[in-house]
Design a protein around this ligand. Structure first.
Ligand code: GTP
Ligand code: SAM
Ligand code: SF4
Ligand code: SF4
Length: 323
């Protein structure tokens, strides 16, 4: 197992499989990678990276995007990662195409699903995601929940004045289906940056509410020291990362971008380009590049230091495009 210079093991790989999406969420951070990329790893390439990461002690893989289910070969991607024998293989999705793929994904080794569901109100859902698809996603949640995944988690990005009043309803929804609920603090990244001042909620009211109506079960030692509450039998996980040194102190992940770079932190560079070693299937070169990337890992928020969001970029919007 690799440990970085801050004593944090590298246990998990977030694999960003594409940069396209059928949604336009008003806060999307694009997993810290660009929207328009000139190259994309194949399913076999991703499997090769997973294999070498596994040799280095990483056995927990998360597939994300863009929208991963827009990749026509997504089942093959899962299959290639599953071949390396991971302890955990999960996917985060907006849920729109789960009716098409969920059963195949399960049969090829996907064990858990995180499904983003930022509101239970049709109008709000459309406003947040840009798509009128609440009913379809609710149907898909009902469907996948009966298939037998090890866990189905609902992701809610908490948005001040938009969905904070829905948390008790979300808990009732999760209770009805036996789901885990994950409440996520908005991050000032990508599209989340320009809307941060308007919609940011620091989750303190949410946490007070959880303390009053539920109980703290403990914290996730494998990932970000995230607090887990229980309310009415529902597990509620808190993802509060902004300006939170305890979150970064428990960071055990790096990100493989869809164009083959290993990003040491969601918020910022450096990233190490793995592409040359992947293309030539150079196992030793890839391993060395990963070891080097691990040596560059650094907590983004550190106790006593003011928040560091990395390089400040000026963003310009022309029509539908942001540069
Ligand atoms: N700042 C920061 N945010 C992260 C990191 N990993 C995940 N997140 C955020 O956590 C939220 C939930 O991410 P998911 O893709 O559902 O995955 P997860 O909850 O981290 O993973 P599991 O608990 O294993 O399912 C998203 O908003 C991610 O951007 C990280 O390393 N740093
Ligand atoms: C980038 S999305 C990719 C997967 C998939 N398209 C989806 O939305 O679930 C991964 C997760 O990050 C969350 N997310 C996106 N932008 C965010 C932001 N600015 N702050 C916090 N979470 C964000 C999404 O809600 C989703 O749960
Ligand atoms: S958060 Fe997910 S669903 Fe929403 S725009 Fe980003 S990638 Fe698409
Ligand atoms: S902000 Fe960077 S260092 Fe902190 S938890 Fe996220 S990826 Fe890790």
């Amino acid at each position: 197992m690799l440990i970085d210079n801050y004593g944090r093991p590298w246990l998990k790989l977030r694999i960003v499989v594409n940069s396209v999406c059928n949604y336009r969420c008003l806060f999307c951070h694009f997993e810290g990678q660009g929207k328009f990329l000139s190259r994309e790893l194949s399913a076999e390439d991703i499997g090769f990276v997973a294999l070498v990461a596994k040799d280095l002690g990483v056995d927990d893989f998360k597939i994300t995007g863009g929208e991963p289910l827009l990749r026509r070969d997504i089942v093959k991607v899962v299959d290639e990662i599953n071949k390396v024998g991971p302890k955990d293989l999960s996917m985060t999705t907006n849920g729109y195409f789960l009716d098409v793929y969920a059963e195949d994904l399960l049969n090829h080794g996907l064990s858990r699903l995180n499904i983003s569901l930022h509101s239970l109100d049709k109008g709000r859902y459309r406003f947040i995601t840009g798509v009128d698809a609440l009913d379809k996603v609710l149907e898909n949640i009902d469907y996948v929940n009966r298939l037998g995944f090890k866990q189905v988690k609902i992701n809610v990005v908490v948005l001040r004045g938009l969905n904070t009043d829905e948390i008790p309803m979300m808990i009732r929804f999760a209770a009805k289906y036996g789901l885990v609920l994950q409440l996520i603090e908005l991050m000032p990244m990508g599209e989340g940056f320009p809307v941060f001042a308007r919609y940011y909620d620091d989750l303190s009211d949410v946490i007070n509410w959880l303390n009053k109506h539920g109980k703290l079960l403990g914290t996730r030692k494998d990932l970000h020291n995230r607090p887990i509450y229980e309310v009415d039998g529902v597990k509620v996980e808190i993802v509060k990362n902004y300006n939170n040194p305890s979150f970064c102190a428990g960071c055990t992940t790096m990100r493989l971008t869809s164009d083959g770079r290993l990003k040491t932190c969601l918020y910022k560079e450096p990233a190490v380009d793995l592409w040359p070693y992947i293309g030539t299937r150079d196992r030793e070169g890839l391993m060395k590049a990963m070891i080097y990337a691990n040596s560059l890992r650094k907590p983004n928020f550190i106790e006593g230091a003011s928040g560091n969001l990395g390089k400040i970029r000026i963003r310009v919007r022309i029509g539908d495009l942001t540069y």
